[in-house]
Write a protein that binds this ligand. Structure first.
Ligand SMILES: Nc1c(NC[C@H](O)[C@H](O)[C@H](O)CO)[nH]c(=O)[nH]c1=O
Ligand SMILES: CC(=O)[C@@H](O)COP(=O)(O)O
Length: 232
């Protein structure tokens, strides 16, 4: 049973210049919750110091009532985090661009390897190939809305050329993946490299800068778990 401490007893609105505490807490039920008001507080130094400490009390409190008094505890803050070790039953789609396949193939392999390392079964993964990164968003959105997947990993490699086409493709890919997630309510993970040159890309597809495909898969697992185990 939640116990709410009414903060108005700390405000100087009462003619008795309330401070706090007291011997007895007169509680009134209010819509199923108990509102505890501290009344007729004395103004001894102890009560004032206690008052200031009470100011720190979190509004949501606790519980055990014994007779006319109640032990007040601050509710602990809940922290919700997806687990990368609870993958049982989680299903994933991977959308991968064929453009710059020399980069996207090792990114995909990194993602599949990460899924395997975290016990995601092969039968729980679908890989969908698209021509280029520009096409990823619409497919990710369709996969998200299908209701078949807990998360969608999006893999591509946009590498700058001589024109401003890079900016159009890179920005469209990013906003496409973002929109897919927001519109479908299914986490869509941005694993699309946007690089100035091929070296940068290869370094991030299993080279000295790691494998961004594997990182994207791990993000997908955590997000899928967060949604499945905490946000349903
Ligand atoms: N230049 C890159 C592209 N371009 C192709 C587009 O993604 C798209 O397929 C085309 O504009 C037709 O809609 N795609 C990449 O993934 N990476 C590039 O560097
Ligand atoms: C990202 C691109 O579209 C780019 O690779 C195309 O190269 P360019 O700008 O030289 O046409």
């Amino acid at each position: 049973m939640a116990l709410f401490v009414s903060m108005d007893c700390f405000l100087p609105t009462h003619q008795s210049q309330l401070g706090f505490v007291h011997h007895e807490a007169k509680d009134r039920s209010f819509g199923g919750n108990n509102i505890v008001k501290f009344q007729n507080a004395s103004k001894t130094p102890q009560s004032l110091s206690f008052a200031s400490s009470l100011r720190d009390i979190k509004p949501q409190v606790a519980v055990q009532r014994k007779g006319r008094s109640s032990s007040v505890q601050t509710a602990a803050v809940r922290h919700l985090t997806g687990s990368v070790t609870k993958t049982q039953g989680l299903r994933f789609a991977v959308v991968v661009a064929r453009f710059n396949e020399i980069v996207t193939k090792p990114l995909l392999e990194g993602a599949l390897g990460a899924f395997k390392n975290y016990s995601v079964k092969d039968e729980d993964i679908d890989v969908v190939w698209v021509p280029g990164s520009f096409e990823i968003g619409v497919v990710a959105g369709r996969l998200g809305k299908s209701g078949k997947y807990h998360a969608v990993v999006c893999i591509g490699a946009v590498i700058r050329g001589d024109t401003t086409h890079y900016d159009a493709v890179a920005n469209s890919a990013a906003s496409g993946v973002l929109s897919a997630g927001l519109n479908s309510g299914v986490p869509c993970i941005f694993g699309v490299l946007t690089c100035d040159n091929m070296d940068q890309a290869l370094n991030r597809a299993g080279g000295k800068s790691g494998n961004k495909g594997a990182e994207a898969a791990l993000t997908a697992i955590e997000m899928a778990s967060l949604f499945e185990h905490h946000l349903k």
